[in-house]
Design a protein around this ligand. Sequence first.
Ligand code: SAM
Ligand code: SF4
Length: 471
Amino acid sequence: MLLPDRKEEATRDKRKYKTVKYSIDSKSKNKYKGKTFYLKTYGCQMNERDSETLAAMLKQLGFKEEKDYRKADFLLLNTCSIRENAHNKAFGMLGRFKHLKQTRPEIVIGLCGCMAQETSVCEELLKNYKFVNLVFGTHNLDKLPILVDKAFSSDERQIEVYSREQDLVEDLPVIRSNKYKAYVNIIYGCDKFCTYCIVPYTRGRERSRKKEDILKEVDTLVKDGYKEITVLGQNVNAYGKDLYDDYFMGELLEDIAKTGIPRIRFMTSHPWDFTDKMIEVIGKYDNIMPSVHLPVQSGSSKILKLMGRRYTRESYLELFDKIKKIVKNVTISTDIIVGFPGETEEDFEETLSLCEYCKYDNAFTFIFSVRRGTPAEKLKDNTTLKEKEGRLYRLNEVVNKYFLENNKKLEGKVVKVLVEGNSTKSNMYYGYSETNKLINFTSKKDITVGDIVDVKITSAKTWSLDGEVVE
Ligand code: SAM
Ligand code: SF4
């Protein structure tokens, strides 16, 4: 049994990590033929991408995917710990699994991902969730075949959670959930340690993949007919800093653009590492989508300092203006936390006024959620939950107003949309524009999922737009 240790998770060293290749021994291949797995994913795109690899490894072992958890032989939750409600959802699901285990004791139940990296969660699982057979964290995902084997062949619970990142593993198998859109990891972990955030502890130190490995993956996606990639990392702008002296996110984005993949997106960008080179490259290449996610978190410099965000309201706005000026027709979205400890009504009003200035095209708004072991846990918080809910409501009213106002400006215009799906019932298609707007549309001509089509916008709503394909 190996449990995570928060103190060790918080430390960073300059140890050189190796890049190693994944392989599975031939005896394990198809060993579980006839068995099925159910995999549920919580949280961010990084977890979704991890699950595509978990599913692929299970298929190498011979498992078949089962969408109904009640019928599966192996049930696995890939979890998220960013806010309290993510925890609650996973524990709720474990409650359902418990009932199933009573009628089908032979099933194996597993939990992996960010929640497993929390000592308190592991302790809770050990004490009150004895029916969970397998627990592993974010650092040994590639060991799934060995761990599953141990869990199926032994009555002992398998708990293997490393506190420190291991070597970086390439050539992991993947079964992508979409035929036209793909996620490409470029950097793992986070070294920013924003005071409210659990990610640097659960995901470890920043480790960039080698540029050759990333470009090889993108080339393969181009050959396989993919139309869009989203370059992923907790903080993609830190790319290369741990690996190279003269090759960073701007250079990588440029090389990815040159592969010819039709659409490139990237997330998430911390304003701190957003360089002029990046802005220049985004503005220069038509296949880098003019849509930037630039989390601000708060409009008050005092709160930003308490959050450890390394920028002020003024420097954020300077960057915001620069991106708007250089990247033609760019849309900018953001993340905002309300009710951070110490946030006064005046601080909150600064957030509102910043949103009035930025007129974001999209915003993910959250109430601060205390994460165990983070510095913000120790800060004094005098604001009641009711007040925080009131602030969230007021904030949403402001940001929603601008979503609609910005969308209205597109009425009558023609935008390029990657077709993602259609509903035969309503004869409507849907997809996203270059600026990442959800478009529902009709078409009189034959189009298919994966096409990029010109759509004339007929009407705007707050979170989506309606249109029709231009003949
Ligand atoms: N790396 C990104 C950045 O620096 O902006 C953020 C990644 S995080 C997975 C996504 C968002 O969750 C954050 O931008 C923040 O708004 C929100 N978040 C993180 N920790 C939180 C907490 N303890 N309470 C509420 N929201 C939180
Ligand atoms: Fe969390 Fe993002 Fe800050 Fe890293 S940069 S600590 S992931 S909010």
